[in-house]
Design a binder for this molecule. Structure first.
Ligand code: FE
Length: 359
């Protein structure tokens, strides 16, 4: 990715220059069109997207949009935090029209920093379930991923598993692997546990996880699964698409996903924790209507099918069929807590994990 970015920034700079020229042409042409019915329509400027999603995940979606609408899209990719800082720095002079990232925690932060425009959109209201959109309509989910339990099929029977909370039971002492608490995915997971249980009980749950750790928290979800395969631990918590990627490389992977919190169990949250990739229109976009049209289109059928396929995620719109491989992992009941809470309770989650010794 690092190699791609400078080239992209260069092409962005060139296009911005071109775009400035085109704006001028557009004005003249608009004036001319009032006098002449034969005036040529100016070519629309490319839309500019800042994305923390990788190029190979968004390029096919943008290509199809250009094919269907004629609107060109240029983008840069970087880490979510870097792009948010950049939007803050650029302020009103930003060239960006649309911001794409993962996790409601990141989207919530961008919105709280005043970087996203509230959208009034029937399309989003129809296509995206309410709990997967911002309460103030500043961002919307575009694809869904579950953060669920993964286990060794060689050493664990699925009957031994039940809930996130139960990973802290004595039976798993020395058998649990977790990714670092620094990752927003775990901050959102714990934020949602706080929403369900309150801080005191959530801290006890997190402490019980820490007590059961087989090894110190690992740097990413793939390492969690590799540690289970290597026999360092038996169970972990991962995002579904990382499991899909590893399984694509090794079809005989001795791991399976388990869908926790499916029963209405006393003391357990309801449903699997899900999170999103999503987008919002940049507050200072010079073309907010065109930017909104792109975001709405990404929540529509054609784009949704691509989102699900390329990263093995779930469509945000429950009416769209799930990718066959993803479907083979089984159906589950997802939590329907509003994802806005993932950001609102994130500071509490970060402090709580620190107090619980989860680093
Ligand atoms: Fe990820």
């Amino acid at each position: 990715m690092k190699r791609v970015i400078p080239a992209m920034i260069r092409s962005l700079a060139v296009s911005l220059l071109a775009a400035t020229v085109l704006v001028g042409c557009g004005k003249q042409s608009d004036d001319a069109s009032s006098n002449s019915a034969e005036a040529v329509e100016p070519k629309a400027k490319p839309l500019i997207v800042y994305s923390s999603r990788a190029e190979h995940l968004i390029q096919p979606v943008f290509d199809l949009y250009t094919e269907q609408t004629g609107t060109e899209i240029q983008f840069i990719t970087d880490k979510a935090g870097v792009l948010i800082e950049r939007l803050k720095q650029e302020g009103e002079s930003t060239p960006a029209d649309v911001f794409i990232t993962v996790d409601a925690g990141n989207l919530g932060y961008a919105a709280a920093e005043g970087l996203l425009l509230p959208l009034e959109s029937t399309v989003l209201e129809v296509n995206v379930p309410e709990h997967l959109r911002d309460e103030q309509n500043r961002w919307t989910g575009l694809s869904l991923r579950a953060r669920t339990i993964v286990y060794s099929t060689e050493r664990v029977a699925p009957e031994e598993l039940s809930s996130y909370e139960a990973l802290g039971d004595e039976a798993f002492e020395g058998f649990l692997c977790l990714r670092t608490s620094k990752k927003v995915y775990n901050q959102s997971l714990v934020a949602m546990l706080i929403a369900e249980h309150g801080e005191e009980k959530t801290q006890q749950i997190v402490e019980s996880w820490v007590n059961n750790l087989a090894v110190a928290p690992l740097s990413n979800d793939t390492k969690v699964m590799e540690a289970i395969v290597a026999g360092q631990c038996d169970v972990g918590i991962v995002n579904t698409y990382y499991y899909g990627r590893l399984k694509a490389k090794n079809p005989d992977l001795p791991l399976a996903l388990f869908w926790p919190n499916q029963e209405a169990e006393e003391g357990a949250a309801k449903g699997v924790h899900v999170n999103i990739s999503g987008a919002g229109v940049v507050k200072y976009s010079k073309r907010p209507a065109a930017a909104q049209a792109l975001v709405e289109w990404m929540a529509s059928d054609d784009a949704q099918a691509i989102f699900g396929g390329v990263n093995q995620e779930y469509p945000i719109n429950p009416a769209i069929p799930v990718d066959p491989e993803v479907k083979s992992w089984g159906e589950f009941k997802a939590s329907e807590q509003p994802l806005s809470q993932a950001f609102e309770l994130q500071p509490a989650a970060v402090k709580l994990m620190d107090r619980a010794g989860y680093h």
